[in-house]
Write a protein that binds this ligand. Structure first.
Ligand code: CMC
Length: 467
């Protein structure tokens, strides 16, 4: 592996230039206006097109392949920033000054030590658990105070909620979307605690703690003891160090940092929405992040990169790509690492991760053939499904190759996603709680009415099948 980080910056800037050239003619998106409630929008299955809230945390323009965090283009952040800066930006709305960054980094250092969580976690057979299940467990343990009194104390202070008069939409009328039922939580930063239901401190605690737990899960699974964080390393560097027990090279640290930046936020994706739904009930932010981890686990969301890598391995070489793809198409198989609900252009995250995986694969006999297979499959898909249905590689197509090059095993890929996304989840939860309203959509009832209750002894299989 090459040790020159400036090459990586050049790769990102070049990917940015390609992206801007290829998508500059695409239409602007309608999703950048202030919302007047009630809002009219066309909603497809899976809430496609539904507007759930306003946000200034981040924005995805799917036709331009644009990803923005708090106004900054993802390519610029990847080329010039760090995960510490980016997570601060997401949470606070602005890039930190040198002093703010120093204070924030010190907090991350202190919250990286989670000895009590480790003690509890190690009492479980972690090596037998799905890694995401283990991560959920550890994340809940981060919140050590579990008595009812502590839980009550940690809820948002309902008495300081302003502008509330009613808290639910009557069930059988159309939503009127009036603003009165919104709870706005005024937090006193000076008194915020790491176990407050939703405070910047609890967000810092989660950002640091989830990384420590994910790394420890890998160590314990391999029969090793977790490694103490090193206060002198960056967040990305520390994560790799705690995972592998070896100080990362500058290139590894930089690539990990970029991967964390790229995955930090992505609009109202399924896991972010899951976090927000839980937070909207005024549950605590640890439970909220726990829900996000659960949603991220699925192969249609965070779990796709593990399957994408498995696909590349099973294809068995560049020469087999065409035949494999034709068969996959004929059987209408979904190809992991391709397609996106929002992107109908090339995913900008794949534009960065593609060249990074090429850089890491060069001269590595284990990865080079997989990378070549990936590029060949990308060409097949882009020239067919890309033209017909605008299906291109997404973030998960190349990330597995990047992580494998750095010695991260497949079962850790989705936890790594969570290590980064916890920054976006918490930023969006904090923002939403400022003007909270419990999420409560409707379903269209299409079942029967007026069925006659039959006692147990009078039921037959036919009736059960009908039911
Ligand atoms: N391979 C082949 N065909 C596809 C693919 C794919 N990966 N993705 C979508 N299609 C086709 C699909 O068969 C359908 O065709 P038709 O209209 O003829 O029935 C059409 O494209 C629309 O697909 P959809 O499933 O309705 O699209 P969606 O918006 O509901 O799903 C998706 C988006 C990401 C779940 C889907 O593209 C998919 O399953 N991709 C593979 C899994 C994957 O890579 N997931 C990671 C997503 S990126 C990480 C993240 O941001 O969460």
């Amino acid at each position: 592996m090459h040790d020159d980080c400036s090459v990586i910056t050049k790769l990102i800037l070049s990917a940015a230039e390609d992206a801007r050239k290829e998508t500059s003619g695409e239409a602007e998106s309608p999703y950048t206006q202030k919302v007047e409630w009630p809002v009219s929008c066309t909603v497809g299955p899976g809430l496609e097109g539904a507007i759930a809230c306003e946000s200034s945390v981040g924005y995805v323009n799917g036709s331009k392949g644009l990803l923005i965090y708090r106004g900054y283009d993802i390519f610029d952040l990847c080329a010039h920033s760090t995960f510490e800066e980016v997570s601060y930006l997401l949470l606070h709305g602005n890039l930190p000054t040198a002093e703010q960054l120093e204070t924030y980094q010190q907090k991350l250092v202190s919250y990286r030590y989670v000895p009590k969580t480790m003690r509890v976690l190690m009492g479980f057979p972690i090596e037998e658990l799905n890694t995401m299940a283990a991560l959920r467990l550890g994340t809940l343990f981060l919140r050590q105070k579990k008595t009812l009194i502590d839980q009550e104390a940690a809820r948002p202070d309902i008495e300081s909620a302003i502008g509330s008069d009613e808290d639910s939409i009557p069930m059988e009328i159309a939503p009127y979307g009036e603003p009165h039922a919104i709870y706005e939580f005024k937090r006193k930063a000076s008194t915020a605690q790491a176990d407050d239901a939703a405070s910047p401190e609890s967000c810092y605690h989660l950002i640091s703690g989830v990384a420590t737990i994910a790394a420890a899960i890998r160590r314990i699974r391999d029969g090793n003891m977790p490694i103490e964080p090193d206060p002198d390393l960056s967040h990305a560097g520390n994560f790799l160090y705690m995972l592998t027990g070896r100080r990362p090279t500058p290139v590894e640290e930089r690539v990990m940092d970029i991967a964390l930046i790229l995955h930090a936020d992505h609009g109202m994706n399924a896991s972010t929405f899951a976090c927000m739904v839980v937070a909207s009930t005024l549950s605590d932010i640890y439970s909220s992040v726990d829900a996000g981890i659960g949603a991220l686990n699925g192969p249609l969301h965070g779990g796709a990169n593990e399957l994408a890598l498995r696909t590349l391995r099973s294809i068995g070489g560049v020469g087999n790509v065409k035949g494999w793809f034709e068969q996959a198409r004929a059987s209408k198989q979904k190809i992991m690492g391709f397609g996106h609900r929002v992107y109908k252009a090339y995913d900008p995250r794949a534009r960065v991760l593609g060249p990074l995986s090429r850089h890491l694969a060069e001269g590595n006999p284990d990865i080079q053939p997989l990378f070549e297979t990936a590029r060949a499959l990308e060409c097949e898909v882009a020239s067919t499904l890309g033209v017909e249905k605008k299906i291109f590689p997404n973030v998960d197509f190349f990330s597995g190759l990047v992580y494998t090059s750095m010695g991260i095993p497949p079962e850790l890929f989705t936890p790594v996603f969570a290590v980064s996304r916890v920054s976006g989840w918490t930023a969006r939860v904090l923002e939403y709680l400022e003007n909270n309203r419990i999420f409560r959509p409707r379903a269209m009832y299409v079942g029967p009415f007026g069925k006659k209750y039959v006692p147990l002894e009078g039921r037959s299989d036919d009736e059960a099948d009908e039911g």
